[in-house]
Design a protein around this ligand. Sequence first.
Ligand code: IPE
Ligand code: IPE
Ligand code: MG
Length: 254
Amino acid sequence: MIKRLWGKPDKPSKQSAEPASTDNIPQHVAIIMDGNGRWAKNRGLPRVAGHHSGMKAVKRVTMAADRLGVKYLTLYAFSTENWKRPKAEVDYLMKLPQEFLEIELAELVQNNVQVRMMGYSQQLPSHTLQAVEEAVRQTAGNTGLVLNFALNYGSRMEMLEAVKQIADEVRNGQMSVEDIDENAMSSRLLTGGLPDPDLLIRTSGEIRLSNFMLWQLAYSEMWFTDVYWPEFTEEHFHEAIKEYQRRARRYGGL
Ligand code: IPE
Ligand code: IPE
Ligand code: MG
């Protein structure tokens, strides 16, 4: 048993509700971290200040998830559509993984967290990719929480690539059409061996998926909040988990 070093949460808020029970914890939580820009705008700050502040929320939620015993935490950090944003903002976002990992990597290693990346790495600037690859390498032997960053991730591209791979294998005679089942598809997605998310959280009041894990979220519970990502706290995370624990998952059965 590896000791968790995160310690106590920074400042438990006075009106904080009861923490979530550690029974029935979702194994895999996925989060669409949204609202950085609006958070900054409301404070008269540039959008990038929101992204910077959002990094602290990443740290808070990683710690909270680890303490609760969540096994996989997937965070949507940059979509294949986010390249449409102004170059200065994209450049800033591409520097964040480096900055985040410079500050946090040692503690992630100590806490037995395993960093992974899910997305199309070819388009990433080399400094971004190197920082993430270094973190993946340094934490590869860890056996605790899997912290999976969706970076230049897009679900439609992911599914198209899987379909192309399957078509290729059928054409080459490595696979027959009858072998194409859910497992064949799942195993060729970027999530590979990860279980499907049990719970999806999206912040900032938007109620949409924005091309995130369309296949994998087929039976996930979803929880939306108006809170902007930079203000998302451990208490909010517990609120989401408690709501998850009240849900009855039926998967089409009774
Ligand atoms: C989420 O915050 C971070 C990324 C998409 C990279 P946004 O930057 O989308 O913030 P809003 O939605 O414009 O407020
Ligand atoms: C989704 O947020 C992508 C990430 C959080 C990384 P967006 O802000 O890009 O989504 P839309 O454009 O509002 O759908
Ligand atoms: Mg947004």
